[in-house]
Design a protein around this ligand. Structure first.
Ligand code: TRP
Length: 344
């Protein structure tokens, strides 16, 4: 990697930031089709920042060794998905301590009730049980706001489920600006419309989710596991291959899956398979998924087999991110009245 490539100036472009939690051994296909694929294309038009949010992952019960491994594997998967560490700033949240520093300041302008109204907090704390929920889970959305605001991001590509956190982020930016003077860009949510909502293969009445692994395809599933999941996917009565999500949810789901990986509409896929049977449909689905998984997994394995190179990528991302983060934090510290030791 040459220095000239490293120092491409993207400061004239709008900036985006997004994050993903390292809370599974593999990203699932929905993470890729829904979010990460959009992140890849944003690299062409934006100054893009993407992070593995390991600090968010410790807000619920977890195992340190597992988190460590998942952080490395998540980072490798981002690169293997097509995020380019030269063109984008790809980094691990805990390696940029300024996020936590800004988060503290933001916590001090966040209302207790305001934080308590976050639906993700309410859901997760209910699941954990009131006594076992942590203060970290409560302040999770404020750390997320810090992730975004510290880079002066213009846009945040996230799923619909993150809309409320983005609203809080905007409120905090505006509140800080009006109280302490213009400091933060107020970011826009870039809600990622899932091109295809892929449903649970074993239960096409439900969304594909990692909490129901039997019907969920993971990017790092072995070919045997992928084959089994697709082979046993639920189909519908009748024999005709047609895209009709109401009457034929199982068949339509497989068509949508193929479409998502082959840049077609589900109707086009159905057309191409007309005259065939469900066996042909499943064979086509398997081929489409494997065609993605095989090179993807080879790239992940390459990255993981060279920990020094992987760390170099992490260091490069963290260094770049810190450069931008420190600029913002310096301003924030001045504005809130902290005595800094700069310029002695
Ligand atoms: N809360 C997000 C999620 O669960 C992850 C996240 C953390 C994030 N920090 C972020 C997303 C900053 C966008 C920007 O998906």
């Amino acid at each position: 990697m040459s220095a000239s490539v490293l120092n491409i100036d993207r400061s004239d472009r709008p900036r985006v930031l997004s994050g993903i939690q390292p809370t599974a051994d593999s990203f699932q296909i929905g993470n890729y089709l829904g979010a990460i694929r959009r992140w890849v294309t944003l690299q062409d038009t934006h100054d893009a920042y993407y992070c593995v949010v390991d600090q968010h992952a410790i807000t619920v019960d977890y195992d340190p060794a597992v988190l460590h491994r998942r952080t490395l594997v998540s980072f490798a998967q981002l690169i293997a998905s097509g995020l380019d560490p030269q063109r984008s700033t790809i980094f691990v949240q805990s390696q940029v301590p300024e996020h936590s520093q800004l988060s503290w300041v933001l916590q001090c302008i966040t209302g207790f009730g305001e934080a308590g109204r976050m639906t993700q907090f309410k859901d997760k704390s209910q699941r954990e049980g009131a006594d076992r929920s942590t203060v970290g889970l409560f302040t999770y959305p404020v750390l997320q706001a810090a992730d975004i605001l510290i880079y002066q991001a213009n846009g945040v590509p996230v799923g619909e489920d993150q809309r409320q956190h983005l609203e809080l982020t905007r409120d905090l930016a505006q509140r800080f600006n009006s109280r302490f003077g213009e400091t933060f860009v107020v970011p826009e949510p870039l809600i990622v419309r899932e091109t295809a909502k892929i449903l649970d293969l074993a239960d096409p009445g439900a969304k594909m989710s990692k909490s129901a692994p039997a019907g969920c395809l993971f990017l790092l599933d072995s070919p045997e596991v992928t084959r089994k999941k697709i082979k046993t996917a639920v189909t519908d009565s009748g024999r005709e291959i047609a895209f009709d999500p109401v009457a034929k949810p199982g068949v339509s789901n497989l068509l949508a899956l193929i479409a998502a990986f082959t840049q077609q509409t589900p109707q086009q896929v159905a057309q191409g398979l007309s005259g065939g049977g469900y066996g042909d449909l499943k064979a086509a689905a398997l081929a489409a998924v494997l065609e993605f998984q095989e090179p993807f997994q080879a790239r992940v394995n390459d990255l993981l087999s060279d920990p020094v190179a992987l760390m170099d990528y992490m260091r490069m991302g963290a260094d770049r991110a810190r450069g931008a983060a420190q600029d913002t934090l310096r301003k924030v510290y001045e504005r809130v009245g902290f005595v800094t030791l700069e310029g002695r």
